[in-house]
Design a protein around this ligand. Sequence first.
Ligand SMILES: Cc1cc2nc3c(=O)[nH]c(=O)nc-3n(C[C@H](O)[C@H](O)[C@H](O)COP(=O)(O)OP(=O)(O)OC[C@H]3O[C@@H](n4cnc5c(N)ncnc54)[C@H](O)[C@@H]3O)c2cc1C
Length: 439
Amino acid sequence: MVNKKNFNWTNWAGNHSCIAENYFEPETEAQIIEVVQMAGRERKKIRVVGSGHSFSPIAISNEILVSLKNYRKLISVGKDSVRCQGGMYLHELYSVLKENKLSLPNFGVINKQTVAGALATGTHGSGLKHRSLSAEIEHLRIITATGEVLEINRDTLWDAASISLGMFGIIAEVTFRCEPLFYLRSEESVIEFDEFIEYMDDYARRYEYFKAWWFPHTNKVYLFKAERINEEEYNEKDKLEKFSYEQKMRDLEIDALTAPMFIKSHDDPSLISAINKYCLNYFFTPRTRIGNSFEILVHDETVPMVVSEYGLPVLNNNHKKALKEFRDTLEHSEQKIHFPVDLRYTGAESSWLSPAYNQETFYIGMCVREYREKEVHPSMQLFFDVMKKYDARPNWGKLSDLSKTVLEKIYPRMNDFRELRKNIDPDGLFLNEFIKNVF
Ligand SMILES: Cc1cc2nc3c(=O)[nH]c(=O)nc-3n(C[C@H](O)[C@H](O)[C@H](O)COP(=O)(O)OP(=O)(O)OC[C@H]3O[C@@H](n4cnc5c(N)ncnc54)[C@H](O)[C@@H]3O)c2cc1C
């Protein structure tokens, strides 16, 4: 097993890093158990890193860091399920699914995370009929602080363990429920911000897959609406503009072209309005695409950035008020924000730590591109301040600034989770500073 001392680790966004006394890459379950038991004996804290795609300091450890990059094999594929080791990357899982004409019902935006890492923070996509990736878990095999195996099924601790931020132990194996590969037609168009506010929930109810990108300082929102089509329609490629290589290249071209502009905009934020406007007009023209679920819903990686995201209940128009207040506060301040502000929906879910726990949820996500500082960017602080007023629930993998007391108030099962965590890991082997501050 690979073991490195004083290992320097940095997350994908480059805003958090640590030097771990000991870093391990176990290759077997026995080696995972060995590392956990050694940590217990030596009273060292331990965290697992996935692919480091969290923007929060959730994965870091100055003591023991474990990566499952050598524990990422496919275990089995059935007619409606797939089982793999926790370190498998999502793109590897998705390739297996595609080969077997299977799909998950929904996806997060990109495919570079590890399976266990994505589940640990409740990674989600968009669509009111859908929930996070964690909602599709059938079974988890977790190595706990004593080195014992904890099996999680739908009827055992599922609501607590399906989104656990790595606090119950090392997720060694995951079984997902799948469905047959499906096909989508997506329509993308631009509307005014105020029109979006008026109709956003109607669109979210009407289209199975719906999300939007607000381009701050342009007053415009780019809509993404997609519905299922049957395989025959999909095969009639010539009649409609099918998903094509060229279209995929658009995303890469945007990144290549915009990265230098984003870097420059840090010295001159007034450039941001012009960049957002230029990109919207040049790249985000209306289009219709046809493709399989992966082609339409999953994107390649994007330029480095830091991201914050909060979820609000789809209730009494409060979520609309929050979005409007964010827009108004931003436009009346000196701050400028890079595109896009990501606007998404998911259905209610039962995982205790999900931002969508027991409530249909509208998510607002903002980014600062090409920014690698640990300090919160002032434009993000502005966002935090508005979200706080609405008791919005943070995405654990992204940046937020909520205190323990506030989190207790907005996550009603927080105390239950805490009690359970203490039972499973009484010595707090799997805690780091970030987790300790909250739990
Ligand atoms: C470009 C980009 C796009 C993104 N898009 C979305 C999106 O669409 N929707 C969304 O919700 N989020 C999104 N995210 C956030 C991302 O999905 C989450 O932060 C996710 O947790 C990252 O997975 P990872 O494998 O990189 O894990 P890491 O970030 O390395 O770790 C995340 C957490 O998982 C724990 N962990 C990792 N492996 C294990 C294991 N085997 N056992 C126990 N715990 C483990 C870590 O300890 C840590 O607590 C995006 C991030 C980026 C950078």
